[in-house]
Design a protein around this ligand. Structure first.
Ligand SMILES: [Zn+2]
Ligand SMILES: [Zn+2]
Length: 1008
């Protein structure tokens, strides 16, 4: 048989296209699943990707990791589900659809029509789930693509209803009235975890110092500081810190500073209770409000005036304070962030538009002390980037106090990779507030809450229950979404009155959080074919709704993997829901990873021109190169992704490619077929052990879910394979040595299986080139072979030998001796295991003799450590320096030195070890290699011969000669003395004849 020969450089994209076709044609993935059916389970649960835009290169990182470990487990024979998930509803989808339709407010959505809007949302999801599927396939991701779960399926929604009903039965569900972060563009409140998901941007705002005149204290006023002028018309109180000292000067009270003169000093507590005139008491909103000074321990003494203006309707902390002091709550802005009607001249203005009128009014009233600008970090909406405001609104919450400790306990049973993320999860759980689950939006999970004026909160737990209690509207209920669901009123279970659903939809993390139950058929009596592809998901997928036995088999997940941000999001929500429904963690192990940046370490932004789309990366780099970048990255650090790193990966993969190509070229020349092997040599036995070591190292890393170690183990192996085994065996390949061909073929095919999960395309391509007809067509059907026995002694010997050679090369280059120049002698100290490989060391370093023993070829050089000795010796330092420079010192037993009459401690001198005259020395970690650098005529001549051989072989390559082609060489007269080594040269360059010609300056060759 002949192996298909390889081009000089792989065309990753083309090769990947061919492999995708082969997989499709041969049904490789199906065959693999069939082969593993009934095997031990490996339960992976996919966190859904939002089907809203094309996949990004940051998504590709996570999707690569998911695929790597699923492929590894498949090679090991594990049975798996391979269900991909799409997140389909909620604010993400709505905002993108709004953009596409040119809608920019909730009013415009309602004018457009909620039903039509829902259809556009579904179309977008359908489109992008298709796009992401194609991109994921191109990335090499093997999933059960026709059976994805879509979170907007009616089945998924019903499962969430069931969860909410359970939450309600436990008494955890409540309607809260509080000040929450609010996006004025999206017109909805933002929950705690969404607030973290948003960006803090550097924004410029006004910085105002304002007088609040005290009543009954003629001419005295408080000075407050604010960066939000729009909140001043809603002011109701001013807070001071009770234990802080305040000073009065020029009629103004503010925090007293050390060393300043004041007319009066007072503790904060002495100011408490004073009443003042609000800045906008004439506004209708302010009627009846009595402004007073309140105590608050949280008043910051680091910025502003030490007196905080309190507007409970416009800030979370202000709102909390208002509850303690029973302050009125004035709502300043409406849904869209505009000032409410009761704010007179300011009514209808946005918080930004109102800034100048407020400042002007303050100035006119003589209340403005100082107006400046400030740049500070300010939270923005995670979806649309609009700066957030605060509003007091009614939202629905799930109380989390009772579940907090169980969730912490459950987290203690989870194995996190990297391990420290476990603590991050704990931190989040300890600090999480009640879960705000309602959004005042349109296309999302309809919250099944039907409050009745009799006081009863009706919560519907399933579609069947809804149908049973409905008083109408069922015939138009095409799916469980707005507006259709809103047209189905029900009977109140207590008083029987007709009640309607609240209009809010749910937090998207409910949608994704329920999947450990909804997709696995928890508590479902019997398997329903296509039972998950319901409602909006109908026609998009064929996913079944399995039965409870299936859930019992696959729950909890053995392993999940998402980015670190998901600690507050998906990891949290699946855990919350699972602890509520089943009381245990829905996953056992989790791998998480950081953010993707561009190759210079900046965030990628389309507007900055440094973003790389996944399609572009797949075309330009190829999937394997992308996957390699992701896998070599330590997941606890941000990845710097880009074309520079991609080129570097390609270069390293090329080394492996070249090794395979080298094998194929020689095997074809020799017409070698797998199975033929002669007598193995020690180097062959070493490679056999070395590949088993690779398998062992990689297995260990895969089992730890740690891709950087898999990649590193493979790269070390390739380095050993290429720069030791192949390089040292060239002559044998040349001679058609069967043992060498056999050993190399075995090592290559075995290593391909190991690395296939990381670079599936290149590995399968090379497998297909190398495999015998008796073996499976795809490397993924080969199965994982455990690491076999290996000769640890031999591995250690060669590792040490390679270290000696490395140091020898280092010494050579430091001394400026050419790589090809032969040397007379080298001395090696401290590498006892390399002794058996003295010949190899000699060849590698081109030394005629290799000695093992003490290196006395080096000498100590001492210099005074000036910062220590300068102060100590003063003028006497000069004598010491002179002595040290002349080498006049003796070593003391304690590691110190004596020179010029001084006893010096070890740290008082700087020690350097250098080669003595005529020697080059390098050492590290207890191994020292010394080269005798003296060259005689004979060595110099040999050096020139080696240069010539190298030159002639390069010329052969440039001429495109075959490995077996013979040549005739013509040398200039100047090189005639090299003919002393004519036979040697002939052999090395496959020359049949060497002539000389006085008419040329450079050697020439011709095919014989
Ligand atoms: Zn927004
Ligand atoms: Zn009722």
């Amino acid at each position: 048989m002949a192996f298909e020969s390889l081009p000089a450089v792989p065309d990753h994209s083309a090769l990947e296209g061919e492999i995708l076709e082969s997989w499709e044609l041969e049904g490789t993935f199906d065959a693999l699943r069939e082969q593993n059916r009934g095997g031990e389970r490996f339960s992976f649960l996919d966190g859904p990707i939002t089907a809203n835009n094309p996949m990004g290169v940051h998504h590709a990182w996570g999707r690569t990791l998911k695929d790597v470990f699923q492929r590894y487990k498949a090679l090991r024979g594990f049975d798996q589900r391979y269900q991909n998930g799409f997140d389909c509803q909620g604010l993400w989808v709505e905002v993108e659809v709004e953009k596409a339709l040119g809608l920019n407010s909730k009013r415009e959505i309602e004018e457009y029509g909620i039903a039509e809007f829902a259809e556009r949302c579904k179309e977008r999801v359908a489109k992008y789930s298709e796009v992401i599927t194609e991109q994921s396939k191109r990335l090499g991701m093997w999933m059960d693509w026709d059976n994805d779960y879509h979170t907007f399926s009616d089945t998924n929604i019903e499962y969430i209803w069931r969860f909410l009903k359970a939450v309600h039965e436990r008494g955890w569900l409540y309607k809260g009235h509080r000040s929450t972060p609010w996006c004025p563009r999206c017109g909805t409140s933002i929950s705690q975890h969404e607030l973290f998901a948003g960006e803090y941007k550097e924004l410029e705002h006004p910085s105002l110092f304002v007088r609040f005149p005290l009543k009954e204290r003629n001419g005295e006023a408080l000075v407050i500081w604010t960066t939000t002028p729009w909140t001043l018309p809603a002011n109701v109180a001013a807070a001071v810190r009770p234990d802080a000292e305040y000073g009065l000067r020029d009629g103004a009270w503010r925090l007293a500073s050390e060393g300043e003169e004041y007319d009066h000093l007072a503790k904060g507590e002495d100011l408490v209770g004073l009443e003042y005139e609000g800045p906008f008491d004439d506004l209708p909103a302010q009627q009846g409000v009595v402004h007073r000074v309140i105590p608050w321990d949280e008043v910051s003494l680091d910025e502003g005036s030490g007196i905080v203006h309190i507007a409970p309707g416009a800030g979370t902390e202000d709102f909390e304070v208002s509850r303690i002091h029973d302050l009125p709550v004035l709502a300043a802005i409406d849904e869209s962030g505009r000032m409410n009607q009761e704010y007179g001249e300011f009514a209808g203005l946005t918080t930004e538009e109102v800034e100048q009128p407020v400042i002007a009014a303050l100035r006119e009233r003589g209340l403005l002390v100082e107006a400046g600008r400030i740049v500070h970090r300010y939270p923005t909406c995670w979806r649309c980037g609009t700066p957030l405001l605060f509003r007091v609104v009614d939202d629905w919450f799930i109380a989390c106090d009772e579940i907090r400790q169980p969730m912490l306990d459950a987290n203690a049973t989870v194995e996190w990779t990297p391990a420290f993320y476990s603590k991050r999860m704990d931190d989040w759980l300890r600090n999480m507030g009640d879960w705000n689950i309602s959004r005042k939006r349109y296309f999302g999970l309809p919250l099944p809450f039907y409050p009745c004026e009799c006081g009863q909160l009706n919560v519907i737990g399933s579609r069947a229950e809804l149908e049973e209690r409905a008083t109408g509207g069922l015939d138009q209920l095409q799916e469980l979404h707005r507006p259709w669901i809103d047209e189905v009123p029900i009977n109140c279970e207590r008083c029987g009155k007709e009640v309607r659903r609240i209009t809010e939809v749910g937090d998207a993390w409910l949608d994704a959080g329920i999947v450990p139950f909804s997709t696995l058929g928890w508590q479902n009596d019997k398997w329903i074919d296509g039972g998950f592809a319901t409602g909006a998901a109908e026609g998009l997928s064929g996913a079944d709704l399995p039965d409870h036995a299936y859930w019992e088999h696959w729950f909890p997940a053995d392993w999940i993997s998402e980015m670190r941000e998901q600690i507050r999001l998906w990891f949290y929500s699946i855990s919350f829901m699972s602890m509520t429904l089943e009381g245990r963690s829905p996953y056992r192990k989790v791998l998480t990873y950081e953010k993707l940046l561009d190759e210079t370490g900046r965030e990628m932004h389309r507007s900055w021109g440094n973003a790389i789309s996944a399609d572009e990366a797949l075309d330009q780099m190829g999937a394997d190169v992308m996957r390699w970048q992701y896998c070599e990255q330590n997941p606890s650090q941000n990845i710097k992704f880009g074309y520079g790193p991609a080129r570097e990966v390609k270069r390293r993969l090329l080394t492996f490619w070249n090794s395979v190509k080298f094998f194929i070229d020689y095997a074809n020349v020799e017409q070698w077929t797998p199975g033929e092997h002669g007598q193995l040599e020690p180097l062959d036995r070493w490679l056999q052990s070395r590949v088993e070591q690779l398998v062992a190292e990689a297995t260990d890393a895969y089992e730890r879910y740690w891709t950087p170690d898999i990649v590193a183990a493979f790269e070390r192996f390739v380095e050993d394979l290429s720069n030791w085994y192949i390089r040292r065996s060239r002559r044998r390949f040349w001679d058609g040595d069967r043992a060498a061909l056999h050993t190399l073929w075995t090592a290559l095919t075995r290593s391909l299986v190991v690395i296939a999960p990381v670079m599936p395309f290149l590995a399968d391509h090379l497998w297909r080139v190398l495999r015998t007809d008796a073996e499976p067509e795809s490397v993924f059907l080969v199965g994982w072979q455990e690491a076999g026995e290996r000769d640890e002694q031999l591995l250690a010997e060669v590792a040490e030998t390679r270290r000696v050679v490395e140091l020898g090369r280092q010494a050579r280059s430091q001394a400026g001796i050419k790589h090809r120049q032969p040397l007379r002698r080298i001395v090696v100290e401290g590498a006892p295991r390399a002794r058996a490989h003295a010949d190899e060391i000699g060849e590698e370093l081109r030394a005629k003799e290799v000695e093992f023993g003490a290196v006395d070829a080096s000498q100590l050089r001492l210099k005074p450590n000036l910062p220590l000795l300068g102060p100590k010796l003063g003028r006497r330092l000069r004598d010491l320096s002179t002595a040290l420079q002349a080498g006049e010192f003796e070593e003391l037993p304690d590691g110190g030195f004596r020179a010029a009459g001084h006893d010096l401690a070890a740290d008082e001198v700087l020690v350097e070890r250098t080669g003595k005259e005529g020697w080059a020395v390098a050492g590290a970690d207890g191994v020292t290699v010394a080269l005798d650098t003296t060259l005689d005529d004979e060595l110099e001549l040999e050096g020139r011969v080696l240069d010539l051989i190298h030159q002639l072989n390069s010329m052969r390559k440039d001429l495109g000669l075959e490995l077996t082609d013979r040549i005739v060489v013509t040398l200039p007269d100047s090189a005639a003395d090299l003919l002393k080594h004519e036979d040697w040269i002939k052999e090395e360059v496959l020359a049949v004849e060497i002539r000389t010609d006085g008419g040329i300056a450079e050697p020439e060759i011709a095919k014989a």
